[in-house]
Design a protein around this ligand. Structure first.
Ligand code: PAF
Length: 279
């Protein structure tokens, strides 16, 4: 496994691989890898001749400086895990390598970017789109793998690929969960033991909301979820939304097939997101 810190080395590798007709599978990450990331790498390994993983904590997608500073970083254990998973190249650039100049670019993803994460994390999706676009341009992947926990991010990236006519296949991958149902996230590392014990309540509540969905209207399900979190001692609900899985616009009245429940919860200053297909 090779580790490149520069854009030039990575471009050279990808250009060469492309000219030899080899397929490249790409898993973009911010490091602090967990079994969910590794399952994406393993899938990329099965479906491509070469696998590239990027590890880059992208500062411009954080709307909260403390969240950026506290974001877990475990480069040496990440590299061990990637080697064991059969990764060929790790691209691990510095911030100045990726952004030698101030980036001013804005994308217009319309209503897709103004709801949920877009509403609560201003500028987040511009930051994600800028880095993913740049990474695609460097790595030249045939396929890129994204987890469905960040479902809105996945839809934004699909929109980016359509808008910019990028020649990459976006491969969505199911949410990876701990045995108790908690969606795997690098941020889980920061949970105290008490918070970690409490956190499966998020998925449990989503399952209960799903059970309600065949008979109840969207407003009733939303009310149910808010009630569950109202007096929770450790978990604070930021939002729960019932939305259509394509355009992510809110669903009112009877739940239609393809509606999802999307949730964001704070445990202390740690923000956790999750989602579930309701019907
Ligand atoms: O999902 C993530 O880890 C990040 O948002 C991504 C796609 C690597 C872009 O920085």
């Amino acid at each position: 496994m090779r580790v490149f810190n520069t854009i030039a080395e990575t471009r050279k590798f990808s250009g060469q691989a492309r000219s030899e007709g080899k397929s490249i599978g790409f898993v973009p990450t911010m490091g602090a890898l967990h079994p969910g990331h590794i399952s994406l790498v393993e899938r990329a390994r099965r479906e491509n001749e070469l696998v590239v993983v990027s590890i880059f904590v992208n500062p411009i997608q954080f709307n909260n400086t403390a969240d950026l500073e506290k974001y877990p970083r475990n480069l040496s254990s990440d590299l061990q895990l990637l080697k064991a998973a059969g990764c060929d190249v790790v691209f691990n650039p510095s911030v100045s390598e990726m952004y030698p100049e101030k980036i001013e670019r804005h994308y217009d993803f319309g209503a897709l970017a103004t709801v949920m994460e877009g509403a609560f994390r201003p500028g987040h999706f511009d930051g994600v789109a800028i880095v993913v676009h740049k990474l695609f341009d460097i790595v030249l992947p045939h396929r890129a793998y994204f987890g469905e926990k960040d479902y809105q991010q996945l839809q934004i990236i699909r929109a980016l690929v359509r808008q910019e006519d990028l020649q990459v296949n976006i491969v969505p991958c199911p949410i990876s969960r701990e045995n108790d149902g908690l969606a795997r996230s690098s941020r889980n590392e920061r949970l105290t033991p008490e918070m970690r014990n409490a956190a499966p309540f998020i998925y449990q509540t989503l399952l209960n909301a799903q059970a309600l969905a065949t008979n109840a209207e969207s407003g009733r399900i939303i009310e149910y979820v808010y009630q569950q979190f109202a007096n929770h001692p450790l978990l604070k609900l930021e939002y729960f939304v019932v939305a259509n899985s394509d355009d992510l616009q809110p669903v009112s009245g009877k739940i239609k097939p393809g509606s999802f429940g999307f949730i964001a919860v704070f445990a202390g200053d740690i923000r956790l997101i999750d989602n579930i297909k309701l019907i």
